[in-house]
Design a protein around this ligand. Structure first.
Ligand code: 0L1
Ligand code: MG
Length: 255
């Protein structure tokens, strides 16, 4: 497929207007390089509208997520300031196409990180860690996509909520978590589901952004990827995730 600029425009418009589109792979499969080029081009359109890049998200870093979506390769996408929702706040359902929510760990960077690094080097670059939830929203009909489709769609990035920042040396390797919707457990798991330790997702993030000629910058937020499968949400839902030792993060779903 050659007109990556046109594809980026279609992906960006779908995200901007919260409108479902057909998978690009229905017509022609995007290579991974093409898909990341589309993602970068569609993000340029957001930046031109005034959104600021404030970090990145990792995807498919846990078995549960890979199984849910039928893909087995790690991916990444960009986060902007417009995607951040307030902890304890109300998110607007109509901004999204068919949003789902998943529990995550967030990192706040205190210094730049890029390339091949060890877990020790990665964690040394972290200012704080926090309990978080990602609101993912594929712009494709029925939340169905292949690898190229999802990468082109900024890896389903659409919203995220971060709880209180905790000390960077907090042990995040194997914390139990329960994500409840309207007081009923919807997903139960452990942060260990994220590559055995979410710190390994930060290592992968440093490597993957470097391959795009980018860097994790001081002040960036990095989402480590869903620890469990994602759950669908509806207007009126109250979503709370309790993380062992780390705290709670929550939001409600408004119109
Ligand atoms: O955290 C994740 O693993 C999100 C993957 C993004 C793709 C998706 O499930 O829509
Ligand atoms: Mg996620």
């Amino acid at each position: 497929m050659s007109d990556l600029t046109k594809i980026a425009e279609i992906a960006d418009e779908a995200a901007r207007t919260g409108t479902a589109i057909a998978q690009f792979s229905d017509k022609e499969v995007l290579t991974l390089d093409e898909a990341y080029a589309v993602q970068a081009l569609s993000m340029q359109r957001r930046y031109a509208r005034g959104e600021k890049r404030i970090g990145i998200k990792m995807g498919f870093t846990s078995r549960a997520k890979m199984v849910q979506m039928g893909l087995d390769e790690m991916i990444w996408g960009r986060l902007t300031d417009a995607m951040r929702e307030e902890d304890g706040g109300v998110i607007s359902f109509k901004k999204y196409v068919h949003p789902r929510v998943e529990p995550e760990i967030a990192f706040l960077m205190r210094k730049p990180l890029s390339g091949n690094v060890t877990v020790f080097e990665a964690m040394d670059a972290v200012a704080a860690v926090a309990p978080a939830m990602e609101v993912i929203d594929s712009r494709y009909d029925n939340f169905k996509f292949d690898l190229g489709d999802v990468v082109a769609d900024n890896s389903s990035s659409s919203g995220f909520v971060i709880g209180n920042w905790c000390a960077p040396d907090s042990d995040i390797s194997n914390l139990g978590l329960v994500m409840s919707i309207n007081g009923k457990a919807s997903q139960i798991g452990s942060t260990a589901a994220i590559l055995g330790n979410p710190a390994r997702s930060l290592v992968a993030a440093a490597r993957m952004v470097a391959s795009a000629g980018e860097c994790l910058n001081e002040g960036d937020i990095v989402l480590a990827g869903g620890a469990t499968a994602a759950s669908a949400m509806a207007v009126g839902d109250s979503v709370v995730t309790d993380f062992q030792d780390l705290g709670t993060v929550s939001f409600t779903v408004g119109e």
